[in-house]
Each structure stands twice: as C-alpha cells, then as structure tokens.
Design a binder for this molecule. Structure first.
Ligand code: PTJ
Length: 258
C-alpha cells in the first residue's frame, strides 16, 4: 500500500507497513503485530512524542551502557524490523554486543534476523547456537550466550516480556527496557524503564551516548542520581495531565488528529 507523505500520521502508518512486510518475510511473528498495536495505543496517549520523563530515563540508560563492562543489546523480531539500523549504530557507539533473543524462537528466524542486522552493518551477532540459559525461565527466551545477555552486566531489552525482565533483574543485571506500556510488568520490573516509542528511544539513547562519552563525571553523576520511582511518578503525572487535557479540549489540543 502506498501511504501519502502528507498523511498526518505518516510515520506511524509506515511503521505498520514495515512490520507487515517483515511478517511476510518471516522476521516478525503475528503476535508482534498485536504487540505493536498495544504500543501504538499508549503512544497515542502520550501524544506520539517523547515526554520529558522518558528523556531522563534515556539519558540515564545511555550513561549505564557507557559505564558497563559487558553491555548487550537484545533484539527480537519487532526490533529488527523497525530499528535494525538504529540498533547497529547504538551498538557501535557504546560499543556493545548484539544478541538476537526471541520469545517465539525458531532457529530459522534467529538466522534471518542475524542476516538482516548484518546487512545494515552488524558484526559478530549472537543468537545462534546459544550456550547458556537464564535461570528461572521456562520459555525459549532463556536461551542465551555467555558472551551476550547471560554474561552482560547492563542489558538493553526493547519490547520485552515481563518474565525475562524479571529473570534478568534477579541475575542482578542493570536492565534498561523500552516499552510504551507504563503499566507492563517489564516497565515495573526494569532497573531503568524507558517508556517511549522504540525508534525515538534508540535515537535518543544514541544521541545521549554521543554527548556523554567524553564526560565520565556526568556519567557517574547520572548513574548515581537516576531514581526510578521518581521518574515513574513523573511519567504517571504526565499521563494524568494528558488525559485531563483530552477531556478538557475534546481530544485535539497538542495532538495530531487520526
Ligand atoms: O520476536 P519475538 O518472538 O521475540 O516476539 C516479540 C514480541 C514483541 C511479540 C514479544 O516480545 C511479546 O509478546 O511482547 P509483549 O509481551 O507483547 O510486550 C511487548 C511490549 O512492547 C508491549 O507492552 C507493547 O506495549 C510494547 N511495544 C510494542 N511496540 C512498541 C512498544 N514499545 C515501544 N515501541 C514500540 N514500537
């Protein structure tokens, strides 16, 4: 389908088209399309923009990734389809390993996602032939690499399921999630929950990493001062204010119409 550039929600519609194409190519699972719809609904509530508390979490996330000894970015089907280039760029700038780690795992899909990442410049992507299991997880999400998610000290988990986020926190890793659902188990469990749309979040984390890389004092300050509870409280009040604004104005102020 050709989407006119003039459409007020062009970016969002393009993301949907990209995901459908990736589903046809065997990168995304049908469940990934459902997950995306859930994310879109929350993004709409936030006005389809990055809100201030998300920026705070993104900056803290960048600082933790830069400070890490073994940082790892975890990639699933949706993340590969929507943001392969951004993942590779972020991995290079930290630098961090990339591991393909799937909930609906099949070896063929891990291989296809690894190849997609390599086509946009990734090297030594982990995922095939896993050599470790995250303890306490029944799902195939547990399959991982000692040089990857299993051995990481800081791990970025975009569009995660709550079970693995919990298991990784139990392993005492710093878990940075990206999930538009402010109430999901992942968001509630992660050490640094980023409640923002995936592509915007990755761009912002990359930008902050570039800014911070030569500023070790600021990196230390950010890792010491980030306060998850305060950040989430700010996020919930943004959400409340946004909803009150919708009630007061009939839903159009500051928002793009569908
Ligand atoms: O590729 P696989 O097999 O690993 O499967 C990937 C999915 C996403 C299907 C799997 O991890 C899954 O089932 O995830 P959940 O439990 O549905 O959670 C995904 C979360 O991501 C939901 O809370 C959505 O709100 C959120 N989400 C979806 N799209 C975006 C998003 N958050 C930010 N940006 C998005 N574009």
């Amino acid at each position: 389908m050709k989407i006119p550039k003039s459409h007020p929600r062009y970016d969002s519609l393009m993301r949907r088209e990209t995901l459908v194409r990736a589903w046809k190519a065997g990168i995304v699972v049908p469940e990934g399309l459902i997950a995306h719809g859930r994310g879109e609904a929350f993004d709409y509530l936030f006005g389809e923009r990055t809100i201030a508390p998300a920026l705070v979490a993104e900056r803290a996330g960048a600082a933790w990734l830069l400070r890490a000894k073994r940082p790892v970015l975890s990639v699933n089907g949706n993340v590969a389809a929507l943001s392969a280039r951004e993942v590779v760029r972020l991995a290079r700038s930290i630098p961090a390993r990339i591991e393909v780690n799937l909930f609906h795992r099949s070896e063929a899909r891990v291989r296809r996602i690894r190849q997609l990442l390599e086509r946009v410049g990734a090297r030594n992507v982990l995922g095939e032939r896993p050599n470790a299991r995250v303890p306490g997880l029944e799902s195939k999400r547990a399959l991982s690499h000692r040089e990857g998610v299993y051995g990481a000290d800081v791990v970025l988990v975009p569009l995660e399921d709550g079970d693995r986020a919990e298991a990784l926190v139990r392993m005492e890793k710093v878990v940075i999630s990206v999930d538009l659902n402010p109430f999901s188990r992942t968001t509630r469990t992660a050490s640094i929950p980023v409640v923002d749309e995936l592509s915007r979040a990755l761009l912002n984390i990359h930008r902050f990493a570039q800014e911070l890389r030569d500023d070790p004092k600021e990196i230390t300050r950010l890792t010491r001062t980030y306060d998850k509870d305060r950040n989430m409280a700010a996020l919930y009040s943004f959400l409340r204010l946004g909803l009150n604004g919708v009630r007061a104005t009939g839903g159009t102020r500051g928002r793009r119409r569908p």
